[in-house]
Design a protein around this ligand. Sequence first.
Ligand code: ZN
Length: 204
Amino acid sequence: MAKLYFKYGAMGSSKTATALITKYNYEERGMKVWLIKPAADSRDGQFTLKSRIGLSSECEAISADKDIRTLYHAREKADVIIVDECQFMTTAQIDQLRELVDREDLPVLCFGLRTDFQTKLFPGSMRLFELADSITEIKTICDCGRKATTNARISPEGYVVTEGDQVFLGGNDSYIAMCHKCYQDYILQHRKVELLHGSERDLT
Ligand SMILES: [Zn+2]
């Protein structure tokens, strides 16, 4: 029986690279992969998905109002669906993926973040925790050495942001993965974050 997989991690845990390597492994065995990602805005269609370590692949962007079952049945048959940035899928779209797993015996592998910059679940991630057959964590570490579990939004001035929209399109903020203790310390002590290495990244 096919399964619905949720592979979650914090920012910078190489989720996109892992998704692209997984795609390659399926294709090496002669299987057809449908690689999809939620569209950041209403524009959907083909685009190139790039990971920070240089891997890239053609990907289809799906806007929030689309039914994934309809799109799946209208295209060339796939053996597996791989979803990047699955936290931005709507609750309804995760339900549609679950239905494809059950009705089409089609494995669906979802890669994404667990929580937003306020440590709250994204809607897509919440639904995956509720429905996935297999849940695994892709780990990355905080600068202090602990496991990173939060995705701190950093203002252009270098401070951890605690208020704002869950998805802040067009903002100048960046994101950095931290353990919860460091995240709290930066907020409580109003300390500036030193972005020493290239781990900051645009969430969109
Ligand atoms: Zn830490």
